[in-house]
Structure formats: C-alpha cells, structure tokens
Ligand binder design. Structure first.
Ligand SMILES: [Zn+2]
Length: 172
C-alpha cells in the first residue's frame, strides 16, 4: 500500500499547527584534489593533495504531499541533489584535479577561497532550480583535513559571482 499523508487514512486532515514550511537540508560529498600554496612558509608551498569533504546546506520550503510529486514532503530529494552536484561541479572541476589548473578563477587555492568559489557556483547553479524544488544555498563547509574546515556563507561569495554571471567578452 502506498504511503499516504496522515489524515487521508481516516478522512480527517492533519492539524494545521504541525505543518512545517521551511527547513534546512545538508548533503555531504567527498573528492580528492591537489593544490599548491606558493606563499605559504611551510609544507603547503609544495604540491600536495587532500581528501576533501564538502557539506552543502540548503534551505527551502517543504514540498506538499501530492501523488504526482516524488519529492513530496522533502525540501529536495537527496538523490537528485547528489546527481546535479556530482555531474556539474565535482566531476568537471574538483575530483582528481590540481585546483589552480581546473579553476583558474580561484586565484589562490586555499580552503577559504575554494569554499567561497563553490558558494558562488551554488548560488548561480543551484538556487531555485526547478527540478530540485525551490532551494537556496545557505552554507558551504569544506573540510580540508580531518580536523580543519573553512565555511563560506552567501556574503563571502560575492567577489566570485561575476565569474558565473558575466558573459564572455568577444575578442577585440
Ligand atoms: Zn593543502
């Protein structure tokens, strides 16, 4: 028997005061990448790699239960979210790349800078994307090692936004 919203079984409606309108959801991704920080005064000036962990937190309205909506009751389906982020962000730019080569606009590939760049990517590619409901990226937390992360909020990404929103200029 298919799952049905509470209230349909006995013909009553769920009480309005338990309705939740908006929530945050978070998905964890992992990727491996290399980088080099030439201005560092220690080991990080050498080419080296990390097993990064990336936590993307989105907010959005919970989709109302409807028989024709497989994302009923979700902000967005984690599987769909996963597919988009993996195929459009992680595979083309991050996984098994040297970051300063795969993302020339990063300027300096620290965890701080990379988290802000990823935030800008999410703001321009994930916000209000119709197949994912009506989500909005809230925070990008990037774990560079097991015990160190950098976190970007929307404000931190503003310098990177023109990279994704300004059309390329024709050559003179
Ligand atoms: Zn490093």
């Amino acid at each position: 028997m298919p799952l049905r919203p509470t209230g349909e079984r006995d013909g009553s409606q769920p009480p309005a005061n338990i309705q939740i309108n908006s929530m945050k959801i978070c998905r964890l991704f992992t990727f491996e990448a290399a980088h080099q920080l030439p201005y560092h005064d220690g080991k990080c000036q050498r080419l080296h790699g990390h097993s990064y962990r990336l936590e993307l937190t989105f907010s959005g309205p919970i989709q109302p239960p409807q028989p024709d909506n497989p994302q009923s009751g979700f902000v967005a389906d984690f599987g769909r979210l996963d597919r988009v982020v993996r195929t459009e962000l992680i595979e083309p730019y991050l996984d098994h790349f040297q970051l300063e080569e795969s993302i020339p606009t990063l300027v300096y590939p620290s965890a701080e800078s990379l988290s802000a760049w990823i935030m800008a990517w999410c703001m321009t590619h994930m916000d209000a994307r119709t197949e994912l409901g009506n989500i909005r990226i809230e925070t990008v937390r990037l774990w560079e090692t097991r015990n160190a992360w950098a976190e970007a909020d929307r404000q931190d990404a503003l310098p990177f936004i023109p990279i994704f929103t300004t059309p390329p200029q024709p050559a003179p």
